[in-house]
Design a protein around this ligand. Structure first.
Ligand SMILES: *[C@@H]1O[C@H](CO)[C@@H](O)[C@H](O)[C@H]1NC(C)=O
Ligand SMILES: *[C@@H]1O[C@H](CO)[C@@H](O)[C@H](O)[C@H]1NC(C)=O
Ligand SMILES: *[C@@H]1O[C@H](CO)[C@@H](O)[C@H](O)[C@H]1NC(C)=O
Ligand SMILES: *[C@@H]1O[C@H](CO)[C@@H](O)[C@H](O)[C@H]1NC(C)=O
Ligand SMILES: *[C@@H]1O[C@H](CO)[C@@H](O)[C@H](O)[C@H]1NC(C)=O
Length: 411
């Protein structure tokens, strides 16, 4: 994450230039699609199992730097003839380069913020706010988790696999607290620049580590930098994942990585989002990070303000998706419920998203004891896609009250 600032800045530049008129084409021709042949990378022995705390891994895992070893079993999960073309070239210190500026053949979000209907970029219901923190767990996560606990606030956490094996106890803590655990790849690379096999490995190593730690396999993935195109989407979907981007970006990472970034900009953005709220037609999903101390601090600062206006929930809650994991576990849609329980505990019924009203889900097993639901659950259960009959919950909101509370908080 060393030069994230420059990378983000370059992406912003790329986005703005791609959405404007085509500029000078500095990029060379696109790579020939490499997708038709699955060159089988042998599963080189994984290298290391670093960990802190009390959790002991049985599996071994690769280092945080790619290229990653690839388990041949994973390659069998993907029909490579269906994977669209690319990849894009990676320009050092910049990011993916559009080989055809002004065009966006593969619907790259990086180049034009192109999205497909399957992409999740916002909460559908006006007033809902899907709260996500990326890049954890880190040494700064406990401070955030503590604060979330004081508010009984559940969130979505997009975890980096190589951090999961460093802080497994934090992952268990977050899961038991009822946070929604999701995948943010192993090395935090630009997925559109990787080979098909490496994309698979980025998702599957992270899935394997999370499964080992908390007993369930996330269905939600977030490509680092939001760098997704049709090839990444296709591979993700064939592996049983849904892709989640965002539509409200705090750019909080700049607090740690940019000398010119002003913290007040985040306050201003939050104020603007609140001002826009009455006219919004949908909800939102925001992006923050628990990888740096200042990003955790700003997260703690703005969350109560967001909660004054929005119904702040984990992403699957605003999607009415009770099955954010691949196993037969039911996730509480109350937004403030305890950890998901294994369906096999007999307490929570069938693990299918009904799309109905978010009735409280009984969650005896996971919340009562310290055990994480795991062993009794088979990983082959394929939950049906979440129905999308969304509530049209009225948002009760006093703008005046919000402004008043902003004044109190000191905006
Ligand atoms: C892979 O996909 C192609 C194209 O859709 C299809 O013709 C082929 O039967 C598939 N192969 C397998 C093994 O499913
Ligand atoms: C939001 O923040 C960005 C920089 O992060 C800034 O350029 C923009 O003006 C801000 N928006 C508002 C409404 O203040
Ligand atoms: C919301 O929409 C109304 C009607 O179009 C407009 O008068 C008002 O200025 C808008 N408010 C904001 C905050 O954009
Ligand atoms: C679960 O599904 C089975 C089979 O469809 C059904 O008989 C049972 O009543 C369902 N249980 C609950 C709690 O919905
Ligand atoms: C899990 O799968 C195995 C093999 O398919 C099967 O024997 C076992 O009964 C399953 N366990 C549960 C709890 O469904």
């Amino acid at each position: 994450m060393q030069s994230k600032f420059f990378i983000y800045a370059a992406i912003a530049l790329l986005i703005s230039s791609a959405s404007a008129a085509p500029k000078s084409s500095t990029a060379s021709a696109a790579d020939a699609p490499s997708s038709s042949v699955a060159s089988v990378t042998s599963a080189a022995p994984a290298t290391t199992t670093p960990t802190s705390g009390s959790f002991t891994f049985k599996n071994t895992y690769p280092s945080a730097v790619g290229p990653l070893p690839v388990d041949p079993e994973w390659l069998k999960l993907v029909n490579f003839t269906q994977v669209p073309g690319a990849p894009y070239k990676l320009q050092a210190g910049v990011g993916p380069v559009n080989p055809t500026p002004g065009q966006n053949t593969y619907c790259s979000w990086t180049f034009t913020q192109c999205i497909r209907p399957d992409d999740i970029t916002f909460c559908p219901t006006k007033g809902d706010w899907g709260l996500t923190y990326d890049d954890g767990p880190s040494q700064f996560s406990p401070k955030l988790y503590d604060f979330l606990d004081t508010l009984n606030q559940k969130v979505t956490l997009y975890l980096i696999g190589s951090n999961v094996i460093q802080y497994p106890d934090l992952v268990q803590r977050a899961f038991k607290a009822g946070h929604h655990i999701a995948i943010h790849t192993w090395t935090h690379s630009y997925l559109t620049t990787l080979s098909n096999e490496q994309i698979i490995a980025e998702f599957k190593w992270t899935e394997r580590a999370i499964k080992e730690v908390i007993g369930v396999s996330p269905r939600y993935v977030r490509p680092p930098y939001g760098d997704v195109d049709d090839r990444v989407r296709n591979i993700a979907h064939q592996l049983g994942f849904v892709v989640n981007i965002w539509n409200k970006d705090t750019l909080d990472w700049s607090l740690a990585e940019s000398k010119t970034f002003q913290a007040a900009w985040i306050d201003n953005n939050v104020t603007a989002w609140i001002a826009e709220a009455p006219n919004a037609t949908t909800g939102s999903i925001s992006l923050e990070h628990d990888i740096y101390s200042p990003t955790v601090d700003v997260a703690i600062k703005i969350l109560p303000i967001l909660k004054n206006t929005f119904n702040v929930v984990p992403v699957p809650v605003c999607l009415k998706d009770q099955t954010p994991y691949k196993e037969a576990v039911t996730y509480s849609l109350s937004g403030n419920g305890p950890a998901p329980a294994a369906a096999s505990s007999g307490s929570s019924g069938n693990a299918t998203a009904t799309g109905g009203s978010p009735g409280p889900v009984s969650v005896a097993a996971a919340s009562a004891g310290s055990a994480v639901p795991s062993a009794s659950v088979n990983s082959t259960t394929k939950p049906s896609a979440a129905s999308t009959s969304f509530d049209t919950k009225t948002m009760v909101m006093g703008v005046a009250a919000v402004m008043l509370s902003l004044a109190v908080v000191g905006f």
